[in-house]
Design a protein around this ligand. Structure first.
Ligand code: SF4
Length: 62
């Protein structure tokens, strides 16, 4: 599976980073960086959690 960011939607609050710190982080400008896009079984729960917590639905799993 892949995690996809709809960048124009992202407001940079960072809730997703709290849910999945291994997979993503906000940079110094508040831009979300996906550190890992190909999601393996080990990261699936945290990836799903990051999708769930995003208040503007900017993340999805495909
Ligand atoms: S929770 Fe959503 S809006 Fe906030 S940084 Fe993550 S993707 Fe962007």
């Amino acid at each position: 599976m892949k995690i996809i960011l709809d960048r124009p939607r992202c407001e940079g609050h960072g809730l997703c980073e709290e849910a999945a710190p291994r997979l993503m982080h906000l940079d110094d400008e508040g831009e979300l960086i996906l550190d890992i896009e190909d999601i393996t079984e080990n990261d699936l729960d945290s990836a799903k959690a990051s999708v769930r917590v995003c208040p503007v639905a900017a993340l999805r799993l495909e």
